[in-house]
Design a binder for this molecule. Structure first.
Ligand code: NAP
Length: 291
């Protein structure tokens, strides 16, 4: 059984990105520039944005953080998005979700110029990805595919079961896994799927993205399967200083001995998600997606 080391892989990719940035800058160009809009003071969102800013510094990107209080209006936010769309010194930006209830997330996402949509949430990028055109692919599915590629996991003709059909993980991942470069036969399971245990137990590649700690038990996994655990649920813990720890969707102790490959939580998919945003920002700076 091989434990897929997302932390080390993300470290390697960051090194590659840094080398590219150094080349860009040594030719007299400005460094790639990412901005993040953060609304309110949600603990999780604050942490995610802080990580993104730190990651930028590590690879030599410029980053800008734009903060608003919870009571910012939709109009104010849309005006800032328009300003960032028009800023020639900025390659890409993200609006950290979730947004307060009085703001339409969809409206904000659709206001972002697809050429700067490094989160890959704009319908233009989703549509381009679906038909196999170059696109900004959302970070978590992109990170998972990158892990599968870097670990040279055989995917062609394999039965891939994805549990979860969200717009940010399960659904885009199902499209990527069925693309011609990957060639898996994909099943997307969800809360209405019948006999989920049996469906999962038939998977050569099982991807758990449902957000239910330790849901996937040993009896749901075939001998020799590849198991990718996307779940990250904060559960209270007396073992950590913060008072919580992250739990995956897979009951690791039961499942790992049966696997050929497995991702741990933490240290599996999470670091890859972070690095995919950097990859997209570099692509935006190099203008390779929309020519
Ligand atoms: P989400 O929007 O809540 O979607 C969950 C999906 O799982 C839904 O499609 C839901 O089905 C399905 N589901 C829930 N309970 C189920 C059950 N008992 N049986 C079968 N299907 C079930 O979640 P998400 O945003 O995709 O995130 C999923 C997990 O991944 C969360 O733990 C999240 O924190 C984590 N995540 C991690 C990263 C990372 O970087 N590591 C990034 C993103 C998300 P229905 O559609 O029928 O409701």
């Amino acid at each position: 059984m091989i434990i897929i080391d997302g932390k080390q892989t993300a470290f390697d990719i960051k090194k590659e990105i840094k080398e590219e940035v150094d080349k860009i800058v040594s030719k007299g160009n400005r460094a790639p520039h990412l901005a993040a809009i953060l609304v309110g003071h949600d603990g999780g969102s604050e942490t995610y944005v802080a990580h993104k800013i730190k990651d930028c510094a590590e690879v030599g990107f410029k980053s800008t953080m734009i903060r608003y209080e919870d009571d910012v209006t939709e109009e104010e936010l849309l005006a800032k998005v328009a300003e960032l769309n028009a800023d020639d010194e900025l390659d890409g930006f993200i609006v950290q979700l979730p947004l307060p209830k009085h703001i339409s997330e969809q409206k904000v996402i659709e206001a972002i110029d697809p050429k700067k949509d490094v989160d890959g949430f704009h319908p233009v990028n989703v549509g381009r990805m679906v038909i196999g055109l170059p696109a900004f692919v959302s970070a978590t599915p992109d990170g998972i595919v990158e892990l599968i590629r870097r670990y040279k996991i055989e995917t062609s003709g394999k039965n891939c079961v994805i549990v979860g059909r969200s717009n940010i993980v399960g659904r885009p991942l199902s499209i990527l896994m069925s693309q011609k470069s990957i060639n898996a036969t994909v099943t997307v399971a969800h809360s209405r799927t019948k006999d989920l245990e049996k469906v999962c137990a038939e998977a050569d590649i099982l991807i758990a993205a449902l957000g239910s700690p330790e849901f996937i038990k040993g009896n749901m996994v075939k001998e020799g399967a590849v198991v990718i655990d996307v779940g990250t649920t904060r559960v209270e813990s007396t073992e950590t200083k913060s008072g919580f720890k992250l739990k995956g969707d897979v009951k690791y102790d039961e499942v790992a001995p049966k696997c050929s490959f497995i991702t741990p939580v933490p240290g599996g998919v999470g670091p890859m998600t972070r690095v995919s945003l950097l990859k997209n920002t570099l692509l935006a700076a190099k203008k390779t997606i929309f020519k």
